[in-house]
Write a new protein. Sequence first.
Length: 453
Amino acid sequence: MASDPTVTGVPPSLSAKVVGSFAYFTVKDRLPTILTKVIDTIHRNKNKFFEEYGEEGIEAEKQTIGLLSKLRNELQTDKPVLPLTYGRQDTEPWNQYLQRQVEVQGDPESVSWFKSPWLYVECYMYRRIQEAVWLNPPINDYDVFNEGKTQSFFESQQAVIAICTYLEGVRKHIEELSKNELLEHFRKLLLVSLWGNKCDLSISAGKENSQKTSPIDSLNDLEPFILVDDSNMVWSSLLSAQKPVQPGKTTPGRVDIVLDNAGFELVTDLVLADFLVSSGLACEIHFHGKSFPWFVSDVTANDFQWIIRKVMAANHMWMSKSGVQWQRYLKEGVWCYHDHPFWTQPHEFCDMAADAPDLYATLQQADLVLFKGDLNYRKLTGDRDWDHTVGFDTALRGFGPAPLCSLRTLKANVQVGLQPGQADKLTSQDPDWMTCGKYAVIQFYSPKSEQYN
Ligand SMILES: O=P(O)(O)OC[C@@]1(O)O[C@H](CO)[C@@H](O)[C@@H]1O
Ligand SMILES: [Mn+2]
């Protein structure tokens, strides 16, 4: 059975019912803005739908916009959350989750947009956007967020070139590197992947948000903004995953990366993954993405393949060489991409073992799981009003399929694992520290934690 949100000792979920909170402003302003942009995108593509599908395309465009306008109205007038109607594999779990909320909140009327957990209604909005698209063939495989994701990649070209060039430099000398040099490169590429998370399009409500400068050069300046840095434990977990195969020879472990955003952030993740394999720190990388467009900029299978094709086809030697290598890793099965419906559901991750046991079992096979981004952090910690000094392990509430690490820039007001006084100091310096995207954490937890202390 999934976790009961009323359990004593567990703080309440963040919610728009707290007027003036970040959740409140998100539901009141940011979500309707995102919905309006989606409607506008579909409308702008009317001619394209006509060219592809004739009158049927126009009709589908009209119907989709009708459903999305209705959704925006439900949100803005704080209507109860409605069950999903379109039958997909995930419809039943979504409707069961609604039922669970009704039980917790008392009656269906109170499970409304402004009165329910923020995490739940925000995820629900993306699922309803997709329902509106799925219900309207022939445009039912249209990705309403595609334009922003591809634009974010093209606008980050210089930064992509910079990190691919850096990667090539490391790869060339990889055999000669000392352990300390390897550690230094590892930490740099971990940080590049961490700061890559600044480039999401949901926090900016779809407004352009790309990387313009060289990410390697900015690392030193960004160092003071890392509030928790467990990178040494991540490194130790990789070393202790090395298993002896014969005297003097070891084989590295498996790393899973739970991806967040497409565009520049995805490139930083691929570069890190390439480094882990080519340095012998990992033998296999499993990427986990979303099975439909999610939170504006999250990676789907299409985005994943598209970006590798684009990097391969680039007009820059080291960039295209990286792309060719990544394609090879995929072909050889050294890298693989998975999606699972659980990633596009509203559950806290402490529910995963009960509600998606197959996914939990998959993650248990990893030696290290990297969780990218803010939404994953919210789900790791249940998006609850935790005291900032509560331990990351406590906030995980039993979730721990394998040693894991969150690489996250702060864009929502949940943060655990800080030192006493640290949050107060930040609040006095920078009242928006939890939501402005300027700060970051590298937070590690291992179910076998004694090993890393
Ligand atoms: O998970 P990501 O891409 O780092 O961030 C997603 C995000 O921008 O969307 C939500 C705000 O509406 C928050 O979870 C977070 O701020
Ligand atoms: Mn995202």
